[in-house]
Design a binder for this molecule. Structure first.
Ligand SMILES: Nc1ncnc2c1ncn2[C@@H]1O[C@H](COP(=O)(O)OP(=O)(O)OP(=O)(O)O)[C@@H](O)[C@H]1O
Ligand SMILES: [Mg+2]
Length: 250
């Protein structure tokens, strides 16, 4: 046992001839915020999807609290393991996908109710929704509005709020700042920090906005065409000349 909530060991994912992950090792300790940065097509979304079983591994292992969620082994004597996504969600991992994945034809409140699919107790669902309204005041004002008519920033907040409805222990965020104005991005990153500090949720944050992601995270990984090429404390990565040149535009 160790205090890692999540570990990827030698994770490979292939799409036909394309190898999107080429043997990724990554770990996240309980209560950490870890940033994963990398250019378009580096494999960031694939990595998040492989954690929740939305993309099957071709080789390697994903463990959650030292339990193997998915394991694919080339050795014949070791049995492969695969856990369905809904079971992984039940165990406490939530993904906010790239592009948010909200239901545009449903209201804000209905979207939040959909996020609570693991909870049977109606009162508890209402209570959780109220908690989300406290955290995201704008959603309370917009609760009867169709989600598709929200602004981009509001939709992102709804996507995050919805992912929190099942009270996950590990939250995976795929480019929450994408396409948003700087002031809204500030707001989203503040919320992510609060979710971590106040609720103790461990966070894996995928971002192309590397500066912001490294500023709010404890450690960071740099992914380049399917390989982890750097891992360090985020404060060190912010000062690293290679990171500065490639990802911080300095
Ligand atoms: N369903 C798929 N079928 C085939 N190839 C795919 C599929 N999904 C992703 N890929 C390829 O795998 C590689 C990694 O894609 P991925 O979406 O994980 O990158 P990313 O780092 O999230 O990029 P972005 O920053 O643009 O979101 C890319 O070359 C992409 O074209
Ligand atoms: Mg992506």
């Amino acid at each position: 046992m160790n205090n890692n909530i999540l570990e990827l060991k030698n994770a490979h994912v292939r799409y036909g001839n394309i190898e999107a992950l080429k043997g990724v090792d990554l770990h996240i300790a309980e209560a950490e915020i870890v940033a994963l940065i990398g250019a378009n097509g580096a494999g960031k979304s694939t990595l998040l999807k492989s954690i929740v079983g939305l993309e099957p591994l071709n080789e390697g292992e994903v463990t959650y609290n030292s339990e193997i969620l998915n394991g694919v082994y080339p050795e014949r004597d070791k049995k492969n393991i695969s856990t369905p996504t809904d079971v992984i969600v039940k165990k406490g991992i939530s993904l906010v996908p790239e592009g948010r994945g909200i239901f545009p034809e449903m209201t804000v409140k209905e979207n939040l109710e959909m996020g609570a699919f693991l909870i049977k107790d109606k009162k508890l669902i209402e209570q959780r929704i109220e908690e989300k309204y406290e955290m995201f005041e704008i959603l309370k004002d917009r609760r009867k509005q169709l989600a598709g008519s929200l602004s981009g920033g509001e939709q992102q907040m709804l996507a995050i709020a919805r992912a929190l409805m099942n009270s996950p222990k590990l939250l995976l965020l795929d480019e929450p700042a994408l396409g948003l104005a700087p002031i809204i991005i500030q707001n989203i990153f503040q919320i992510i920090t609060r979710i971590n500090k106040e609720s103790g949720v461990t966070i894996l944050l995928v971002e192309q906005n590397a500066r912001m992601a490294l500023k709010i995270s404890d450690r960071g990984y740099v992914l380049e065409t399917g390989n982890i090429v750097m891992v360090d404390k985020s404060s060190n990565l912010l000062e690293n000349p290679k990171v500065k040149a490639a990802y911080l535009g300095e």
